[in-house]
Design a protein around this ligand. Structure first.
Ligand code: GDP
Ligand code: MG
Length: 446
């Protein structure tokens, strides 16, 4: 019981400001999480530095401990860094033809993504034309044709004997005649950044007006993806990025690095090999994936939304005076439930997994299910009390306890045990008024 009450205290702590130590300690975890997620280390370094400057001295939101408050700030900054909102591919107005050029290394997913995009825009009423500019691998043309057929869109190809720039030019003539208003050029990649590839793309850009150059990168290549994005942006200039293969278990740190390095928005994410597996990019979802602290973020969100500040303060006052009764106890249990139950809260509490456990998710050493069962039984016991008994636990004599046990369907020994623990907790609180924080310059975590 004591342990559980302590958890309640933690969520009831009064506000304070984030000290440099609070921030540093939490950012150490953040740095690890970002590096684990394959975010480029320079990006991590800058990011952490900026968050540190922003976070120190900020108020700790009620319902959060300093560590969680820092995570909240980190998450907000990550979202900001990735663009805050979704970005659409910029199309030419009206019936004018928009030309998109897909660029990227071999195997990144250009051909697949070309067909995926075609399907998306066809649904939006566009009439796409896919153009096979990869003349190096015979299979690449065939692949585009098969995918185009699956999507019910036309594919333009001139075999392997022509230069990509000439193919693009011819394709545009074809599009004009056939009323295609979205032309997507599927180009050839290479295994590595290479001059020939870049000049080929440059030639295409000189031959036709490319409205948007879209870089396709494989999320699984992690750190490499950022160098790739940087080079492409430098050599040919890119307008947007599509990150593929996020259906794997990579945390997708590449997405963050790419945005940071190129300044280009991420437009879509590839979530599988099927042609329907292309999703809009949501910075907030990506941020929480990269941070890998989904549980904590959920808690932070809930704490922000549900913890009633006044109630919390009232309860803290009562606790200090050791007037805490069973009604308050019920109230605090409900508060916990609103926040996702004991099991989702325990692991996030400092001292009980705390920051050290962030990102690891589960708490194997704490049998939270067992704890939750105990809590449910305790609740049953309290509900079997009269209001008077709940408010004055001191009047609980053996015959009342007997009646309560029967009502709750538990053994009288369990009622005794609970009342005893409850009284001990009250005693302890009397001795430790400082536990409630707020006064005496107590800072940091409990
Ligand atoms: P390209 O060389 O850049 O044209 O790459 P491809 O489009 O040929 O794709 C290379 C491989 O990656 C193929 O096996 C695709 O099925 C696969 N692929 C592409 N996008 C995704 C994705 O979002 N998720 C998964 N799991 N596989 C993908
Ligand atoms: Mg290809």
């Amino acid at each position: 019981l004591t342990e559980k009450l302590q958890n309640v205290f933690k969520s009831l702590r009064s506000k304070g400001r984030l000290t440099e130590e609070d921030v540093k300690a939490a950012l150490k975890e953040v740095r690890m999480a970002l590096l684990e997620a394959d975010v480029n280390f320079k990006v991590v370094k800058n990011f952490v530095k900026e968050v540190q400057e922003r976070a120190v001295g900020q108020d700790v939101m009620n319902g959060l401990n300093p560590g969680q408050m820092v995570i909240k700030i980190v998450n907000e900054e990550l979202v900001k860094l990735m663009g805050s909102e979704t970005t659409e591919i910029r199309l030419q107005p009206g019936s004018a033809i928009t030309v998109l050029m897909m660029a990227g290394l071999q195997g990144a997913g250009k051909t697949t993504t070309t067909a995926k995009l075609a399907g998306k825009y066809k649904l939006k009423g566009k009439n796409p034309l896919l153009v096979a500019c990869d003349v190096y691998r015979p299979a690449a043309i065939k692949q585009l044709q098969i995918n185009g057929e699956k999507q019910g869109v036309e594919v333009f190809s001139m075999g392997e004997k022509n230069r990509p720039a000439d193919i693009a030019k011819a394709a545009l003539e074809h599009a004009k005649k056939n009323h295609n208003n979205l032309v997507i050029l599927d180009t050839a990649g290479r295994l590595h950044i290479d001059e020939e590839m870049m000049s080929e793309l440059q030639e295409i850009k000189e031959a036709v007006e490319v409205h948007q150059t879209i870089l396709v990168v494989d999320a699984m290549t992690g750190q490499d993806a950022v160098n790739v994005a940087g080079s492409f942006n430098e050599k040919i200039g890119i307008d947007g990025v599509i990150v593929t293969k996020l259906d794997g278990d990579t945390r997708g740190g590449a997405a963050l690095s790419i945005k940071a390095v190129t300044g280009c928005p991420i437009l879509y994410v590839g979530m599988g090999e099927k042609l329907s597996d292309l999703e809009q990019f949501y910075p907030d979802r990506m941020a929480s994936r990269i941070l890998g602290m989904g549980d904590v973020l959920t808690l932070i969100e809930k704490a922000g939304a549900e913890l009633d500040e006044d109630k919390a303060r009232q309860m803290a006052e009562k606790m200090k005076k050791a007037q805490f009764d069973f009604e308050d106890y019920l109230e605090s249990m409900n508060q916990m439930k609103k926040m996702g139950g004991l099991s989702s809260i325990l692991g996030m509490m400092p001292g009980l997994g705390g920051l050290g456990g962030l990102g690891k998710g589960k708490l194997p050493e704490l049998d939270t299910q067992e704890n939750e069962k105990k809590m449910a039984r305790m609740e049953a016991i309290i509900y079997s009390m009269t209001v008077e008994e709940r408010r004055n636990p001191d009047i609980l004599n053996p015959s009342r306890k007997h009646r309560i046990a029967k009502g709750a369907g538990v053994d009288i020994a369990e009622v005794n045990r609970m009342v005893k623990q409850f009284n001990e907790t009250r005693k302890m609180m009397k001795k430790l008024p400082g536990m409630m924080g707020g006064r005496g310059g107590k800072k940091g975590r409990f």
